[in-house]
Design a binder for this molecule. Structure first.
Ligand code: SF4
Ligand code: SF4
Length: 384
């Protein structure tokens, strides 16, 4: 079998795009195993991460790399750079990353295929079809192969590695799309040696067998994502020192967009909201704006999707966290509720899968009984 992806005959570069800290160990394990599997056929290679994760980088897109070459000389020549600008395969271990990533040493949002050369591949772990994933991927400027490894996003890589076999399935998928560099037999031998576990070996074969490949042609994908690129000052126009412009109260920094860190987003049922202010108080990124009626609406450009608002909201299903790939834009939604209440509620129900009818959700909510809307200092009913 020939290589499905087009590669240079002397080596291959694979990047793993992962959610900072949550998936770091996962990315590390995949890259290390790519190199170790390639060594079984006499190739050489190296695996490296781009920076150390720290807790404030939770969810932020980050990258790990594996470079394999036919000999040390080719490896050394391909390694004379800090981060490969061009890769043969980009692997996204969370399908919401296909909405674009803000990469290291790069201002603005990059399409997930940005560093992949013509004829290369984008491999995504997802429970969706290739067409559904492509519908959320930026319009292709050059042809590539989209591969879908069946499975949910694995958050198996915080302080302790939770082994759900995502790494083995991704390795099997890589053997399918780049068999000249990653052989399935080598992958299985390596996993057997590492784990002595037949189910882990079977997972690699499963990734190989069940990964779906879909050729993507120029123009396919979505043009719906925000174009987010900034002019960087040259050294003659740069101001002296480090200057962080102050923002006026209520104003957000237009250059600091955080939504790329989001895998889930909150949707709010304004009909059941009791205006208790808990979401507004506890959101770590100050994403909530108070509406003239005293409701709290999410500013999606600022939301990182941490889910704290949904946890602290005392009303059952008033804030529901929803898969980020179900949304095409970052538009705030309270205006729709105001102008077309029924349309908003249909939107809420369609996205969340939860009834918007207050009769079905608020009554009997133990927490709701404990809440005190009269204590809300931002509404006319407040006692402050
Ligand atoms: S999920 Fe909720 S609490 Fe977290 S950043 Fe978004 S709006 Fe704020
Ligand atoms: S926490 Fe829930 S009930 Fe309280 S203001 Fe926010 S959305 Fe409304």
């Amino acid at each position: 079998m020939g290589t499905v992806v087009k590669t240079d005959p002397t080596g291959i570069t694979i990047e793993i795009v992962y959610r900072g800290i949550f998936q770091k160990t996962l990315a590390q394990r995949i890259c290390r195993s790519i190199v170790l599997a390639a060594r079984k056929r006499g190739y050489t290679g190296t695996a490296f991460g781009r920076y150390g994760d720290s807790p404030e980088r939770n969810g932020v897109p980050a990258k790990y790399f594996a470079v394999v070459a036919i000999n040390d000389l080719e490896l050394e020549s391909s390694m004379a750079k800090y981060e490969p600008k061009v890769v043969d395969i980009a692997v996204a271990v969370d399908d919401t990353l296909v909405k674009g990533v803000e990469s290291w040493a790069w201002y603005g949002r990059q399409p997930i295929w940005k560093p992949v050369h013509e004829g290369g591949a984008v491999l995504v772990t997802s429970d969706k079809t290739p067409d559904q994933v492509l519908a959320q991927t930026d319009t292709a400027e050059r042809p590539y192969i989209l591969g879908i490894v069946p499975g949910l996003a694995s958050f198996a890589g915080l302080w302790v590695f939770k082994d759900d076999h995502t790494d083995y399935r991704v390795l099997g998928a890589l053997a399918k799309i780049a068999p000249d560099w990653v052989r399935i037999a080598d992958v299985k031998t390596l996993i057997q040696e590492q784990t002595n576990d037949g189910s882990a070996v079977a997972s690699a074969q499963d990734g190989y067998d069940r990964t779906q490949l879909r050729p993507v042609t120029v123009g396919e994908g979505t043009s719906g994502h925000e174009v987010l690129q900034f002019e960087k000052p040259g050294w003659t126009t740069m101001r002296p020192g480090v200057i962080v412009d102050a923002r006026k109260p209520g104003e957000r920094n237009p250059y600091y967009k955080k939504y790329g860190a989001r895998t889930l987003r909150p949707v709010v049922n304004f009909d059941t909201c009791i205006k208790c202010t808990m979401c507004w108080l506890d959101c770590p990124d100050e994403c909530f704006e108070v509406t003239p009626e005293g409701h709290y609406e999410v500013v999606y450009e600022a939301c990182i999707g941490c889910g704290i608002c949904a946890q602290v909201c005392p009303v059952k299903d008033c804030i529901v966290m929803v898969d980020e790939l179900k949304f095409e834009d970052n538009d705030d939604k309270w205006q729709l509720w105001k102008t077309d209440h029924d349309a908003y509620n249909r939107w809420f129900e369609q996205k969340s899968g939860v009834s918007a009818d207050p009769k079905t959700v608020a009554i009997g909510s133990r927490s709701a009984k404990n809440a005190a809307p009269g204590a809300n200092p931002t509404t006319a009913g407040g006692e402050d």
